[in-house]
Design a binder for this molecule. Structure first.
Ligand SMILES: Cc1cc2nc3c(=O)[nH]c(=O)nc-3n(C[C@H](O)[C@H](O)[C@H](O)COP(=O)(O)OP(=O)(O)OC[C@H]3O[C@@H](n4cnc5c(N)ncnc54)[C@H](O)[C@@H]3O)c2cc1C
Length: 397
């Protein structure tokens, strides 16, 4: 296999996702302006087999373990057609990965097959009104109940949670206050069914690129130890493992967005004439297009390479996943801005595909790790590697 060629398995996954994307394309413009779930898009996703990519095969999924490279290429195809489709697909994995990782056999059997079929909608609840990048500042708390009967009480508010209004369950990061003096609080992950008494959903503010978001209040929700995903204190590890697998797929989605934007701008530059020649023959416009293609292809190579690393060993790839996400989402911001510039006033038409891409690129640099926060982790890893081994890891081809 050439290292520059995607193996057939992944080309097949991409073709499968492209076929799903083609079904959504006729109404993607409308779906991408929805802050509520767009029923026809969800119906297409459910009728496809794409959600199987998000679950291990023992529980109705496609591959033995969730394959980050398959997720990456599927999201690339979906995002190019519709951000709404991409988000629905991605959240099935992001919201359920902790179940595959730390859930009991009963929890896996109960939830994962329904996630794989798209019948149950997943959500991951980390962010709070006062805790975004600084996740250890969360105040949503799990405390033993006064009854003492293996019962716990969950209280707090999660904010900007994708899929919240339609989710069937919330994989939720909680704080467990230390029981003894001088001990540290634990962070744990619990699975909260959305129909639990005390779970209340309200709308989040609408954002520039509409997204299905909600605020989730947990008002004295009673849980038992059966709702835990993994041992107490494993919460942050589960969140990092989820990000390690799925951050490279945000890079894949950014690649899809860049490709879509560049196709529109490239066609415009080839067809529109100014000063007696096509725009592409005006040097400054050629620069915009050429630099964008470089950004696209270099982001694609890094995304595939890192997703492949995460496929082999997800436990050690968080920093590289961050690297791919940082590179591709920052590139997407540059590329879509250049594409709008290439199109002149035609890049500014409200609701046009290029204008939607322009808005959709922006949140990608904030969610699942804002760029500045990713840079901190990446730089730390770089220096640690150099001090330990003399070279950054990943340099050894
Ligand atoms: C479309 C969308 C979907 C989302 N979906 C979910 C979801 O499903 N589940 C969920 O839990 N959350 C979700 N979020 C929330 C998202 O994870 C947070 O927005 C993100 O973690 C950043 O947190 P914040 O917005 O509070 O920004 P802040 O943490 O307040 O950061 C503000 C700015 O300060 C910078 N900054 C922060 N800390 C540092 C630092 N140490 N060094 C340097 N710079 C720093 C950041 O980079 C950023 O530029 C979603 C957000 C969006 C926009």
């Amino acid at each position: 296999m050439s290292i520059f060629e995607l193996p057939q398995l992944y080309r097949d996954v991409k073709a499968e996702a492209q076929a799903v994307a083609a079904e959504v394309a006729p109404f993607a413009g409308e779906a991408d302006e929805c802050s509520e779930v767009h029923a026809p898009t969800l119906a297409v996703l459910r009728a496809s087999r794409l959600c199987e990519l998000m679950v291990p095969s023992a529980y109705g999924g496609r591959f033995e373990r969730v394959d980050p490279l398959a997720v990456c290429v599927a999201r690339e195809a979906c995002m190019k057609a519709s951000a709404h489709l991409d988000a629905l697909l991605a959240l099935q994995g992001i919201g359920s990965y902790a179940i595959a990782l730390g859930g009991s056999e009963a929890q896996r059997r109960d939830w994962l097959p329904r996630v794989a079929s798209g019948d149950s909608i997943a959500a991951l609840a980390l962010t709070e009104p006062e805790a975004g990048s600084d996740l250890k500042a969360i105040t949503t708390t799990l405390r033993p109940s006064a009854t003492g009967d293996d019962e716990f009480v969950l209280s707090g508010r999660k904010s900007f949670i994708s899929n919240a209004p339609v989710a069937d369950f919330f994989t939720t990061l909680v704080r467990e206050p230390a029981s003894g003096e001088g001990e540290e609080d634990d962070y744990s992950v619990v699975l909260v069914p959305a129909d639990s008494p005390g779970v209340r959903i309200s709308p989040s503010p609408e954002i520039i690129a509409p997204h299905v978001l909600g605020e989730v209040d947990f008002v004295d929700v009673v849980l038992t130890s059966d709702h835990r995903l993994g041992a107490p204190g494993r919460g942050v590890a589960h969140v990092l493992a989820t990000l390690s697998v799925f951050r490279s797929s945000v890079a894949g989605a950014a690649v899809g967005l860049m490709e879509g934007a560049l196709e529109i701008a490239g066609r415009h530059a080839a067809e529109r004439q100014q000063f007696g020649r096509p725009l592409v023959r005006l040097g400054a416009v050629a620069n915009l297009l050429a630099d964008s293609w470089v950004d696209l292809e270099s982001s694609r190579l890094l995304a595939y390479r890192v997703a492949d690393m995460a496929r082999r060993d997800p436990a050690t790839t968080l920093d590289h996943s961050s690297l791919a996400k940082l590179a591709a989402t920052e590139a997407a911001g540059r590329v879509v801005d250049r594409c709008v510039q290439v199109m002149g006033r035609w890049g500014l038409i409200k609701g046009s595909r290029i204008e939607q891409y322009y808005r959709q690129a922006r949140p990608m640099r904030i969610y699942e790790g804002a760029s500045e926060v990713l840079r901190l982790g990446i730089a730390n890893r770089l220096c640690r590697d150099i001090v330990r081994t003399g070279t950054p890891s990943g340099a050894q081809y």
